[in-house]
Design a binder for this molecule. Structure first.
Ligand code: MRU
Length: 361
C-alpha cells in the first residue's frame, strides 16, 4: 500500500540477506517512521513491544529474525535456541510459531554453512506468499460487500475491530483487504472503526483507511452494539490470531462482545484469515489457546499528543488500582457467519473447514 506516493510493505529486506526494515507501529498514527532491525534481539524486541503486530506480520518478521540469527550462529543448538526465543515473544497468534516452524523444517535438512542463505530465502518467500494470500482474501470477500451494496442501493456500513489491515500483514491486510478491493472496484463502503482499547489499534485502522481514501468513523468500543441496534451496521468483519478446526475464533479482546451484539441484531459476522492462522491441533479453544496477558500499564496509561502536538503519555488510573489486561478473547464458531480465506468463503464448522487442513497436521 502507498504512504504518500511510495509503495510500502510493512516489513522488507532491501537485499537477499537484508538489511531488514519495518514500520514502527508504536509511532502511528501521529508519525510514520521506519526502523532498521539488525539482530534477532532487535526483532524480538520489535515483536514484543508491538512495533510490528498483527498475526501474519509477526510470523513473517519472526522468520526474518531467524534468518538474522542464522547469520550469527547456524549450529543445531543456535537454531533451536533462536526458534524458542522468537516464538516466546508473543504467544497467541499461531502464525508466529507456524512461520518459525516452516523455516526450521527447511534448515534442519541442511548443514550449518547453508542455513543462513536458506533462512533468508524462506523468509522472503513467506513475505511474498503473505501478500498473495491477502490479495486473494480480498477477492473472496469483495462479493459480500458488492452483494450488500446491490441489495441496499447505498454505501455499505462495515464495522471492524482492532487492525487487520495492511500493516498487520505484509500487505493488503485480512479483514481490510475486501474493503480496499471493494473501494477500488467502486463499491461505496463506510467503516465503523472500533477504537480497540487498550492499545487502540483502531487508530491504525483509521490511519490506513484515511491513507487509502476509504470513508470511516472512529468509535469508542462500547458504541458498536448501539449502532447495530439502530441498523447502522450491515456487516462486521474482523481478523484472527488463531482459529480452531471447529471454527472458534481467537482475536483481539472485545471481538466476542461484537459477535454477541451482531448475533442479537441479525448482523452478519465474518472473520478473514489466511490458512496459516488455523491451529488444527487446538481442540477446545478456551482451554488450548494461550491468551496473552499484557502489562497493566497499557490500561493505566494513555499515549497521544499534548495540546502543543508533542507526543507523551498520561496516567488515567491510580498506580494502586489493580489492572488486568487480557489481550485476546474467543468467539465461538456458532456466532461466526463465515470465514473468508485465500481459498474461498467457508462456514465456521469442522466439516466445512476440513478441506483447508494440510494433510500432514
Ligand atoms: O495485539 P495485536 O495488535 O497484534 O492483535 C492483532 C489482532 O488481533 C488482529 O485482529 C489479528 O492479528 C489479525 S491481523 C491480520
Amino acid at each position: 500500500m502507498k504512504v504518500g506516493n511510495r509503495a510500502y510493505r510493512s516489513v522488507w529486506a532491501e537485499g537477499p540477506r537484508g538489511p531488514l526494515h519495518v514500520i514502527d507501529q508504536t509511532r502511528l498514527p501521529h508519525a510514520f517512521e521506519t526502523r532498521h532491525l539488525d539482530s534477532p534481539e532487535a526483532v524480538a524486541e520489535a515483536i514484543r513491544a508491538m512495533r510490528v503486530r498483527g498475526a501474519p506480520l509477526i510470523g513473517v518478521t519472526g522468520a526474518f529474525g531467524l534468518a538474522l540469527a542464522m547469520d550469527r550462529d547456524p549450529s543445531n543448538a543456535g537454531l533451536a535456541a533462536s526458534v524458542k526465543r522468537l516464538a516466546q515473544t508473543r504467544p497467541t497468534a499461531v502464525n508466529l510459531a507456524w512461520a518459525l516452524e516452516r523455516v526450521r523444517a527447511k534448515l534442519e535438512r541442511l548443514g550449518p554453512a547453508e542455513r543462513a542463505a536458506a533462512a533468508w530465502a524462506e523468509a522472503h518467500a513467506l513475505a511474498d506468499e503473505d501478500v498473495a494470500i491477502n490479495a486473494a482474501i480480498g477477492r473472496h470477500g469483495l462479493p459480500l460487500l458488492r452483494g450488500l451494496h446491490q441489495r441496499l442501493k447505498r454505501p455499505v456500513n462495515v464495522l471492524t475491530h482492532c487492525n487487520a489491515g495492511w500493516i498487520a500483514t505484509v500487505d493488503w491486510g485480512t479483514a481490510l483487504s475486501p474493503i480496499y478491493q471493494a473501494h477500488d472496484a467502486g463499491v461505496p463502503v463506510h467503516v465503523w472503526v472500533d477504537e480497540t482499547r487498550p492499545r487502540n489499534q483502531g487508530l491504525l485502522t483509521a490511519w490506513e483507511l484515511a491513507s487509502h481514501g476509504v470513508a470511516h468513523t472512529l468509535i469508542a468500543d462500547n458504541a458498536g452494539g448501539h449502532l447495530m441496534q439502530q441498523g447502522r451496521v450491515d456487516l462486521v468483519i474482523v481478523g484472527a490470531d488463531r482459529v480452531t478446526r471447529r471454527g472458534d475464533v481467537c482475536n483481539k479482546i472485545g471481538t466476542y462482545l461484537k459477535a454477541l451484539a451482531a448475533r442479537d441484531n441479525g448482523v452478519p459476522f465474518y472473520v478473514a484469515v489466511p490458512t496459516p492462522t488455523f491451529d488444527w491441533l487446538a481442540n477446545d479453544a478456551l482451554a488450548d489457546i494461550p491468551i496473552e496477558e499484557r502489562s497493566g500499564e497499557e490500561v493505566r496509561v494513555v499515549r497521544g499528543l499534548d495540546d502543543a502536538g508533542r507526543p507523551g503519555s498520561i496516567a488515567i488510573a491510580s498506580d494502586v488500582t489493580p489492572v488486568a489486561n487480557p489481550a485476546f478473547d474467543v468467539t465461538p464458531a456458532a456466532l461466526v457467519t463465515g470465514i473468508v480465506t485465500e481459498r474461498g468463503l467457508f462456514e465456521a464448522n469442522e466439516a466445512r473447514l476440513a478441506s483447508l487442513r494440510p494433510s500432514r497436521s
